[in-house]
Design a protein around this ligand. Structure first.
Ligand code: BES
Ligand code: ZN
Ligand code: ZN
Length: 503
């Protein structure tokens, strides 16, 4: 999709489809919906107003109303899209509504459209322009890569029309939205790939190609390096698979070298390209979904892709531990004791709790590479879905300061994370009789927190955030602004978290 930001009156712009946003300005709960256009163009008001009072269109969030061949304007079709209640309006509604525009156009094989930047005091221009760019590009993603009859419905060209002149700040906001959404779609493409195609080796290749395109340093190591580093936890997970593992390291160096004591951010991702559960094998139902058990890795790689383009003045490194979790004669077993890179011994209670094992070594390794702040993303536990459903992802941390950076980032991106406890009261549950810790408690209580407690053992005093995205990384049903399948959650927010440390 090519994207253009243009200073032009919408009525004068010739396009197959012109999108105008409206909000419901009804002031009390009981008064009827009052759909109001958020653009001050006389010609468009003339074309649309009869339909605003007809009750055909109430401006509910995502509601659409098409006017073919509107008189007095250049566009062939005028599409009204609702943003919901005006008094609840934020740029986050606009992100969704811009997605609705794209998903309206695609099945109608409209390849070109224009979206008018709405004017409202709750919609600052820069944030709104960025939200439209993000929402539109994210909505142009679909999952049917492997269908012979796949119809390419993708949008060729989007123009965002602004009533006010395009300042440098507005153009920057637009470009940032494009970079973030394209990076998020890059991750979604990886997450959507089946396990037989996206092996750890293939993930390494695609990451290296991306790094080359965007000027990041990249190393992809195999089993020899993993053993040399004494990553016994990571090595135990991969040993039941004929597919070689991949230890991927990406580095971003800012254009102006920051001072010696400035932060180095360490991004760590769980990259299990298929999780059978291993010897503690999973039931057949939904096991196919375990191709997405590398979503944490994809999120971090995609975040690095965005950072390489946004160029914040802060050092960032990324460690991805990628392998399969398979049961064969070489596989690790319940009861085994393995030694992590940090030196801690782990008694394996359940081979399906493999994500925390690869992350233990990834988190430790990132610290040896110099990370002063750690953030990891992982499809770690089914229990996080029991706790939070598919709306909020889980956040765990040992540090309020870095957590605040993350929650501030959420106000920019509109993503939803809920902080969960990871206090030492829960530490007893992972005590082992014969080793330092257990990889699984065997209890159904607090499963997402006990997984976080396990990770916490490997971060020491380093400020650390763990994001459990197991229940939010895959959308089972499509939304009007989003395809079903991989959501690409966390990437935009982690990127903002990184930028919050820039000097
Ligand atoms: N990859 C799974 C977690 C998962 C479950 C992700 C559902 C997405 C959807 C993880 O490796 C796992 O199997 N966790 C176990 C841990 C248990 C054995 C302590 C779980 O959640 O059941
Ligand atoms: Zn598992
Ligand atoms: Zn897993």
């Amino acid at each position: 999709m090519t994207t253009t930001l243009l200073h032009q009156s919408p009525a004068d712009f010739a396009t197959p489809l012109l999108v105008i946003f409206a909000a419901d300005t009804a002031t009390t709960k009981d008064s009827p919906a009052t759909p109001t256009l958020l653009n001050s163009s006389a010609a468009i008001e003339t074309a649309a107003t009869p339909w605003l009072t007809s009750a055909d269109f109430k401006a509910a969030l995502g509601e659409t109303f098409l006017l073919p061949a509107p008189a007095g304007i250049q566009a062939q079709r005028l599409l009204l899209i609702g943003l919901g209640k005006a008094d609840k309006l934020t740029p986050h509604e606009l992100r969704k509504a811009a997605g609705v525009a794209i998903r309206f156009a695609r099945p109608r094989t409209l390849r070109t459209l224009a979206i008018t930047l709405p004017e409202h005091r709750a919609l600052p221009a820069a944030a709104s322009i960025r939200a439209i760019a993000e929402g539109a590009i994210l909505a142009d993603f679909d999952i049917d890569f492997y269908r012979a009859d796949r119809k390419d419905l993708s949008i060729q060209s989007l123009t965002v029309l602004s009533a006010s002149p395009i300042t440098e700040a507005l153009q920057t906001a637009f470009n940032e939205g494009v970079i973030l959404a394209e990076s998020q779609n890059f991750a979604r493409t990886l997450i959507n790939e089946p396990g037989n195609i996206l092996t750890p080796t293939e993930l390494g290749k695609r990451t290296a190609a991306m790094a080359k395109d965007f000027g990041l340093q990249c190393e992809v190591h195999g089993i020899d390096k993993i053993l040399e580093l004494k990553m016994g936890a990571f090595a135990s997970v991969t040993q039941g698979s004929p597919q070689p593992p991949a230890l991927i390291v990406l580095r971003y160096e800012p254009p102006t070298p920051p001072s010696a004591n400035s932060p180095i951010l360490g991004l760590v991702g769980k990259g299990i390209t298929f999780d059978t559960g291993g010897i503690s094998i999973k039931p057949a139902a939904d096991m196919d979904k375990m191709k997405y058990d590398m979503a944490g890795a994809a999120s971090m790689i995609a975040t690095m892709r965005a950072i390489a383009q946004l160029k914040p003045n802060v050092r960032v490194l990324c460690v991805v531990c990628s392998c399969e979790n398979m049961p064969d004669g070489h596989a690790f077993k319940p009861g085994d004791v393995v030694t992590a890179m940090s030196g801690k011994t782990i008694e394996i209670m359940n081979t399906d709790a493999e994500g925390r094992l690869v992350l233990a070594d990834g988190l430790h390794y990132a610290q040896t590479l110099g990370a002063t702040h750690l953030i990891n993303a992982a499809t770690l536990t089914g229990a996080i879905g029991t706790a939070l459903g598919q709306i909020n992802a889980g956040l765990f941390s040992n540090n309020d300061e870095t957590t605040k950076h993350f929650f501030d980032a959420l106000t920019i991106t509109g993503e939803k994370f809920w902080r969960m406890p990871a206090t030492d009261d829960y530490r007893d549950q992972i005590k082992s009789q014969i080793a330092d810790i257990l990889n699984s408690t065997g209890s159904r209580y607090g499963g997402a927190t006990t997984a976080a407690m396990f990770l916490k053992e490997f971060v020491g005093d380093t400020p650390w955030i763990h994001l459990d995205i197991a229940s939010t990384t895959w959308l089972d049903d499509p939304k009007p602004w989003q395809s079903k399948g991989p959501s690409g959650v966390a990437i935009r927010t982690i990127t903002e978290w990184v930028r919050s440390y820039a000097s």
